[in-house]
Write a protein that binds this ligand. Structure first.
Ligand code: XMP
Ligand code: MG
Length: 184
């Protein structure tokens, strides 16, 4: 599959493709199998952190071959077109289930400083899930500021701002079918 860069108006600052569509698909299938093995016979609840993980979640859950349920929550520390976390995060849990009955797998788009996932996992642990693990599509370990390692990390990316496949810059580019670097 060829991942051509869009040339139309509004896409001028897409610099290069970092992870093409076929590589995303293959790796997600692989990890979907691992998750299916690990959670067979276990009540699995995927909790996706919006908005960035919506496409990843949709593709990942279709590669999971054991029963699972899905919930969504919001966590946001970016404002407008900033590429730097505001340090004033807002988490909105829209989960109307008793998660103490589930093995929870948090689905995230990217781990950057690690602060979001440290905070969110601490909050979720208070609700006593049977277990809690984190699956992130992308990991940017060079930017880590707190001690956090995701249980499943599909791709490691360099310290550049990436968009596509659910990830945005100023709410744009989420619809690109691949992960790309943007020039800011
Ligand atoms: P922390 O720093 O708490 O942040 O690990 C995680 C959240 O920051 C966003 N983020 C990005 N979003 N391209 C994006 O579109 C990036 O390169 C990027 N780096 C961090 C993202 O929302 C993630 O959930
Ligand atoms: Mg996010």
């Amino acid at each position: 599959m060829v991942d051509t860069l869009p040339v139309s108006f509004g896409y001028e600052n897409i610099k290069r493709v970092i992870i093409p569509e076929n590589e995303l698909k293959a790796r997600i299938a692989e990890v979907g199998k691992c998750i299916s093995l690990e959670y067979s016979e276990k009540p699995l609840l995927l909790i996706a952190i919006l908005k960035g993980s919506f496409i990843f979640l949709a593709d990942l859950c279709r590669e999971i071959t054991v029963p699972c349920e899905v919930e969504f929550m919001r966590s946001s520390s970016y404002v407008g077109n900033s590429t730097v976390s505001t340090g004033n995060p807002k988490d909105i849990f829209g989960i109307d289930k008793d998660i103490s009955k589930y093995h929870v797998l948090l689905v995230e788009d990217i781990v950057d400083t690690g602060k979001t996932l440290v905070r969110v996992t601490e909050q979720l642990k208070k609700l006593n899930p049977l277990s809690l693990k984190v699956c992130t599509l992308l990991d940017k370990p060079e930017r880590r500021e707190v001690d956090f390692s995701p249980d499943f990390a599909l791709f490691t990316v360099p310290d550049v701002f990436v968009v596509g496949y659910g990830l945005d810059f100023d709410e744009k580019y989420r619809n690109l079918p691949y992960i790309a670097e943007v020039s800011l």
